[in-house]
Design a protein. Structure first.
Length: 391
């Protein structure tokens, strides 16, 4: 860090104008420095030697602590050293370079985003914090954020946008938990809900919302209409319906995951964090062939946009809305489940496995060493035949 000497007679106005992030030494007061951080905050520190070792201590923030007050503290500190007294060093905030919340949050997001199964999570985190957190605590150091700060940003949306509020609160909690782990903060996490904020926030009755699912009886007609639209979004939606998989699993599907007539979804992209093998029937394979002709050959994605990137999360939904405005893509998983329950005699656990759900308790899963791929292949083949009116 560059050190720049500043005359002792410099007044507070001049010190307030210092903006370049570096350490400024005060002339005629040896060891006294004003440290300007990247975030524009200013701290007084005193550097000294004790038993041959260089040490430093914080004297407070500027302008709360004036230059004259800082010099007075240095004089008192030096007097104690001369008397053989080792002053109790204050926690060196500057040396640990405690970051402000916005900077630390963005760094945390970049660090953990590779573990998320859906790129939508990344945008949701960034957008929600930008809208609801940064305006309140973005410029505060992570060790200075209080329960009152968190309440001030959460309360306005706690009852009106409860789902958003709980997600924002959870994200702030994770970010500050990481700050505590890294030693940037020693106090309790102010975003902790259980036994903490739950005592201060009003209780909100959760609203159960279900995805609007098209009746399985109407799926064949929809599939016929989709078949007339040879676009990459239409193919992706058809593939999603046939496999009963989740939207993000299909959109992020890579060509390398296809092994003959089996699609193997890696655990980092499944909700259960368990590898999910999906049997592919005749119609699925035909869709893959058609998609390969529409997607750029250099792209790794099965259903790629014109520039070779992953299709947006809205691509299939917009396609569906043109034909069935009141339904969601995720709802087709319910359509499949209803068909399996009402139209077949397959055991419940087989359709649950097809949906990629966790079945049974930990002991039961330990003894279940098969994914029942061949049985599921027969069931999914019947689902395909039903959709294409072949039964």
């Amino acid at each position: 860090m560059v050190k720049t000497a500043v005359n002792r007679k410099t007044d507070s106005r001049t010190l307030s104008q210092l903006s370049t992030p570096q350490r400024y030494s005060m002339r005629n007061c040896r060891g006294l420095h004003l440290w300007v951080t990247n975030g524009g905050h200013k701290y007084w520190i005193f550097r000294y030697s004790l038993n041959g070792k260089r040490k430093e201590t914080s004297l407070g923030t500027f302008p709360i602590v004036t230059l004259e007050h800082a010099i007075s503290k240095v004089v008192d500190f030096k007097r104690k050293l001369l008397d053989g007294e080792v002053p109790k060093r204050k926690r060196n905030v500057i040396n640990s370079q405690i970051p402000i919340f916005e900077v630390f949050a963005k760094s945390y997001i970049e660090q953990v985003k590779s573990s998320w199964t859906n790129q939508k999570h990344y945008h949701d985190w960034c957008n929600s914090l930008q809208m609801h957190a940064y305006p309140f605590i973005g410029n505060k150091h992570v060790d200075q954020i209080t329960t009152r700060d968190v309440l001030d940003l959460i309360l306005p949306i706690w009852t009106t946008k409860h789902e958003t509020a709980t997600r924002v609160l959870g994200r702030i909690h994770k970010i500050l938990a990481a700050a505590i782990t890294l030693g940037h903060r020693s106090a309790q996490n102010p975003a902790l809900f259980k036994h903490h904020l739950e005592n201060l926030l009003p209780k909100v009755k959760p609203q159960v919302r279900h995805h609007h699912a098209l009746s399985y009886r109407d799926v064949p007609q929809l599939m016929s209409e989709l078949h007339e639209k040879p676009t990459i979004s239409s193919l992706a939606l058809q593939f999603t319906i046939l496999t009963a998989c989740r939207t993000n699993e299909v959109l992020a599907a890579h060509k390398s995951e296809i092994n003959g007539d089996v699609w193997v979804i890696p655990p980092n992209r499944t909700k259960t964090r368990i590898t999910h093998a999906v049997p592919l029937g005749k119609h699925c394979l035909e869709i893959l062939c058609a998609a390969s002709k529409l997607s750029p050959p250099t792209s790794n994605f099965i259903f790629a946009s014109h520039d070779g990137q992953q299709l947006s999360n809205m691509s299939m939904l917009m396609m569906l809305r043109r034909l069935k405005p009141n339904y969601t893509v995720h709802g087709f998983r319910s359509s499949f489940k209803d068909w399996a329950v009402e139209q077949t005699d397959y055991p419940n656990e087989l359709s649950e496995q097809a949906l990629g759900h966790t079945i049974g308790n930990q002991v039961e899963r330990a003894y279940r060493r098969t994914n029942q791929l061949e049985k599921r292949r027969i069931m999914m083949s019947e689902w395909s035949d039903f959709i294409f009116n072949l039964t």
